[in-house]
Design a protein around this ligand. Structure first.
Ligand code: AP5
Length: 259
């Protein structure tokens, strides 16, 4: 694909309200890639982890239920997440397209999402799986630091801030997330293998899944992800057929969820 084709498709994507899921284990780089993609394509970045951390910070009823589970590296129950997402996906910014990061995380969440979007005749364009080995994840998360104000993420070795301990974007003091300690990271990894891998298989089975090697440098991963997105927009893309199949299969389920 030429540079001109890529530029043209980026323009098409901005008009098309792209709907993308970034899926992968903790620390695979979902938030890092989402930050670039949301700017480039004008998408809403919907991160369930960020939403839940905000609920915890506000000490809301949802935050109180989620807090201990998150600190232990376990999933918040599907019913709470689906409630939160049903509301979030009705916000006006989402109509310009969205990038889901950290959702869905269980087969039940995945099926509910596909059903809901099918009922709205707004199916997903693609699901990008960022694939990474467990030991690299432990290395990445142990040295991750994030900005509590803007959410930007850094890595003390591979992606450090310009000024030690301070966010490049807004100067806030960077924090080490409570769940980024080795014991909790390993629990999060087990949870990923047991509960999230089945939803990855589900997306594979309906033809939406595309895999990227997330062990590559950040800009290389960015390039591969972007090519997949552009591929999902071209006429010859096999995703068009599988999307149609997914829509027809889950539209009726979506209607029943809407009651
Ligand atoms: P959440 O906040 O979603 O955490 P996560 O999935 O564990 O993902 P992370 O944010 O840790 O990693 P990431 O993939 O975004 O990686 P990042 O870009 O930061 O969820 C937290 C908790 O909330 C869950 O445990 C659960 O309790 C709850 N929760 C959330 N959603 C839920 C749901 N749907 N259902 C139920 N419960 C839910 O990168 C990591 C590090 O690597 C950074 O330091 C970065 O600089 C570096 N890095 C990134 N890419 C590269 C690269 N290519 N090369 C080298 N370094 C890189």
């Amino acid at each position: 694909m030429s540079v001109i084709d890529l530029r043209r498709l980026t323009g098409v994507a901005r008009q098309q309200a792209l709907r993308i899921v970034l899926i992968g284990p903790p620390g695979a780089g979902k938030g890092t890639q989402a930050a670039t993609l949301k700017e480039r394509y004008g998408l809403a970045h919907v991160s369930t982890g960020d939403m839940l951390r905000e609920e915890v910070r506000r000490q809301s009823p949802l935050g109180s239920q989620a807090r201990a589970l998150m600190a232990a590296g376990k999933l918040v129950p599907d019913a709470l997440i689906l409630d939160m997402m049903a509301q979030r996906l009705q916000q006006p910014d989402v109509s310009r397209g969205f990038l889901l990061d950290g959702f869905p995380r269980s087969r039940a969440q995945g099926e509910a999402l596909v059903a809901m979007l099918a009922a709205q005749k707004q199916p997903l364009h693609t699901v990008v799986q960022l694939d990474l080995q467990d030991e690299e994840i432990v290395r990445r998360l142990s040295l991750r630091r994030s900005c509590p104000a803007c959410g930007r993420v850094y890595h003390l070795h591979s992606n450090p801030p310009t000024l030690h301990g301070l966010c490049d974007a807004d100067g806030s003091a960077l924090v080490h997330r409570e769940d980024d300690n080795e014991v909790t990271i390993r629990t999060r990894l087990s949870v990923f293998h047991e509960q999230t891998e089945p939803v990855i298989e589900f997306f594979r089975s309906i033809g939406l899944l595309r895999r990227v090697d997330a062990s590559l440098p950040i800009d290389h991963v960015e390039h591969l992800v972007e090519r997949l997105i552009q591929g999902a927009l071209t006429k010859s893309s096999p995703l068009r057929t599988s999307r149609r199949l997914a829509v027809s299969k889950y539209r009726s389920l979506g209607r029943s969820l809407r009651g």
